[in-house]
Design a protein around this ligand. Structure first.
Ligand code: SAM
Length: 272
């Protein structure tokens, strides 16, 4: 979605400039509040995940709700960036079928519609009630819930978690805690897929921060790691990663020994 709607009328350009300025101002104003709230607290404290409303300044629930007051705020149907992104995501899934799937920041269900075709059970979550309501109408076979992640994670575990153009709204601590929470929810052998536009539209995080974290993660194995140069508004490009958590495989039963499971070493997993 690359952060801002693709229409380019003078009014839209003006709106975009105002939004960018306001986002920057809110972000700057929130800095001392964040610093104060963080004082003396460990960066790994899982309670950070519950405070996304502070850590998503300028692009919190209110902003997304306002954007979704009218349908299709990003004009996705005619947007080349979005369409190539969805195509690339589906290509990467390589015709595989997944059991339970979580789509983070599903918006109005554009990608959900495609994911539903390769999924037994699709759960889409979004911060915006209006977006969720439209997604429900659009993809009746899936479940959609209004949730602000990473604080309000849905129940259960997943075979696939999809995050397209959403994790760059999270500031560094929320991002670290949030990605850890998402990975914890993957079943053995599960897959996390992330695709993000690299442009700066006033958001607190960035595609580079999201994907550096995923690429440097020691508990997962990357199966796709792409710099998608030239795509998106301004030709700024995007980053795409698919990582898997190790599959647990049954151990060979030895008499007198407890039968359990072991995690495969990081680079020995047979692929997904
Ligand atoms: C740029 S749009 C991307 C929509 C969709 N993932 C796609 O690629 O077409 C970002 C979406 O994430 C949602 N969102 C933003 N922050 C969120 C959060 N903390 N938790 C859940 N959804 C969020 C927004 O409401 C919006 O629908």
């Amino acid at each position: 979605m690359a952060g801002s709607p693709p229409r380019t009328s003078p009014v839209d350009l003006a709106r975009r400039a105002v939004r960018r300025t306001l986002s920057g101002s809110v972000r700057a104003a929130a800095t001392p509040v964040r610093a104060l709230a963080r004082a003396g607290r460990d960066d790994a404290d899982p309670r950070w995940a519950g405070t996304a409303w502070i850590w998503q300044p300028g692009w919190g629930k209110g902003c997304h709700d306002r954007l979704y007051r009218s349908a299709n705020p990003y004009g996705i149907d005619g947007n080349a960036y979005e369409q190539q992104k969805y195509d690339r995501v589906l290509d990467a899934l390589a015709g595989r079928r997944f059991g339970r799937v979580l789509e983070v920041g599903c918006g109005e269900g554009d990608l959900s519609e495609r994911l539903a075709g390769v999924t037994d059970e699709l759960v889409g979550v979004d911060i915006s009630d209006a977006a969720v309501a439209r997604a429900r109408t659009r993809v009746p076979s899936a479940t959609f819930e209004t949730r602000t992640l990473p604080g309000a994670m849905p129940e259960g575990t997943f075979d696939l978690i999809v995050c397209t153009d959403v994790l760059y709204y999270w500031e560094p601590v929320t991002l670290r805690v949030g990605v850890a929470r998402l990975l914890e929810r993957l079943r053995p052998g599960g897959v996390l897929l992330a695709y993000h536009y690299r442009g700066d539209f006033g958001q607190i995080g960035s595609a580079d921060a999201v994907h550096a974290l995923l690429r440097g993660h020691t508990g997962t194995r990357g199966t796709v790691s792409e710099d998608c140069d030239g795509v998106g508004p301004g030709g700024v490009g995007a980053l795409f990663d698919v990582v898997t958590v190790p599959a647990a495989v049954p151990t060979v039963a030895v008499p007198g020994q407890r039968v359990g499971t072991v995690d495969l070493p990081r680079r020995v997993d047979a692929g997904w």
